[in-house]
Write a protein that binds this ligand. Structure first.
Ligand SMILES: [Zn+2]
Length: 396
């Protein structure tokens, strides 16, 4: 199958901008210079314009198969060697990651810059964003020197109610403000890091949603008071757990919200379900992390099931997603679930497969397929799932 771009002709759009700028320059000059100089300048400009047209159109046509790039958002928690390994990198590992990004010419952007580029639809290659969940004290204690050396922008998602309850575990507002001067933005991780989709006994759907809305907005207010300034509206779901009602609520309140399913943030990612790659523990190894940092966002238009939270009885589920097939061969897609590897079936542009033996708790299906135009790189898409126990709960 040939990879054919269906996007509007960017070459033409860019040429219009170039010609427009050149013409504006001619008219500006024309009013201020003598007649004979004006004619020769005009000729020169026409020649230059012709050269610009040849130069500008040539490579853009040759590059008509556009690879859809995205922003790879890395997710960290603790920095330390005496913290739970499953959510930790050591300071040395973090420094190795930062050095890798620098040596390989990655552009580390803030989430705000990432959001703007995604919204523009013109996402340059090699963009990475850095995030730290929970605001642990060790991020300040063990990360400060690394942050100072690299001056990369990064985002810390905090829980203001927990910070007030057990201050010894978390960074103070003063420490967070100090990190702000080395590139940090502080964002919302809910007030108390609860499982947000869990309803209380006897709570109606409307009461549950109102409680979540209050929690999200109270956390935002508390963190802006703590920081002494307005902070961008980014939200990380505790444990990466959400449902359609929560996603809709966050969009209503102008948040971009991040999960814990993996893949790059692309122009097709729903803004309240943005993926991130875990970069701690076994994922900190640069041998495998490098592949993820170089990955491309699979352009997915829609996915089933809509709700990552399954019923307790559901120990199997059919997953379907509609992908835009431009730069990969459907037959080369591989998916991975609980140590098993399989290939999805395809119906036109829709991939589908059934996963079985779904355990109680969180799990995720990852699908990857090689890019045709960029050798060694993979499109990546992940579907998060969570299956409750008989009481409608699951472990952290
Ligand atoms: Zn968290």
């Amino acid at each position: 199958m040939m990879a054919v771009s269906t996007r509007p002709n960017r070459g033409a759009a860019m040429l219009e901008i170039i010609i427009g700028k050149a013409m504006a320059t001619i008219f500006l000059c024309a009013g201020q210079v003598p007649q004979n100089f004006r004619r020769s300048t005009m000729r020169l400009v026409v020649v230059l314009l012709a050269l610009v047209m040849i130069g500008a159109v040539g490579p853009l046509q040759a590059n008509e198969t556009q690879t859809a790039h995205g922003v790879v958002v890395l997710q960290y928690h603790h920095i330390g060697d005496d913290t739970p390994r499953v959510t930790s990198v050591t300071a040395a590992e973090l420094e190795a990651h930062f050095a890798y990004l620098k040596e390989h010419d990655y552009n580390v952007v803030s989430l705000g810059e990432a959001q703007q580029l995604i919204a523009s639809g013109e996402v340059p290659d090699k963009l990475v964003a850095l995030t730290f969940d929970d605001g642990w004290r060790n991020v300040y204690d063990n990360g400060l020197e690394v942050f100072k050396r690299y001056r990369y922008p990064f985002t810390i998602f905090v829980n203001p109610a927990l910070m007030a309850e057990t201050p010894r575990l978390y960074m103070t507002w003063e420490q967070l403000r100090e990190l702000e001067s080395y590139g940090a933005q502080i964002a919302n991780h809910s007030n108390s890091h609860a499982h947000m989709t869990w309803r209380r006994d006897g709570e109606s759907e409307a009461q549950w949603l109102a409680r979540q809305e209050h929690d999200i907005l109270a956390a935002q207010q508390a963190l802006e008071e703590g920081m002494g300034s307005a902070q961008p509206r980014f939200f990380a779901y505790p444990y990466g757990e959400y449902n359609p009602a929560l996603a809709e609520l966050l969009i209503e309140h102008d948040f971009v919200a991040f999960g814990q399913h993996s893949g790059p943030w692309g122009t097709h990612s729903p803004l309240a379900q943005v993926p991130r790659f875990p970069a701690s523990a076994q994922y900190a190894d640069l041998k495998t992390l490098a592949t993820k940092i170089a990955s491309l966002p699979l352009p997915v238009r829609s996915v089933e099931p809509k709700n990552m939270v399954l019923g307790h009885e559901q120990n199997s589920v059919e997953i379907r997603f509609a992908a835009i097939i431009e730069d990969f061969r459907a037959a080369q897609m591989n998916c991975f679930y609980q140590g098993q590897q399989f290939q999805p079936e395809w119906q036109d542009e829709e991939a589908y497969f059934t996963v079985e033996d779904i355990p109680v708790g969180r799990s995720r299906v990852n699908c990857t397929v090689p890019s045709l135009s960029e050798s060694g790189r993979f499109y990546w898409y992940s579907v998060p799932l969570v299956r409750p126990n008989a009481q409608g709960r699951w472990p952290d």
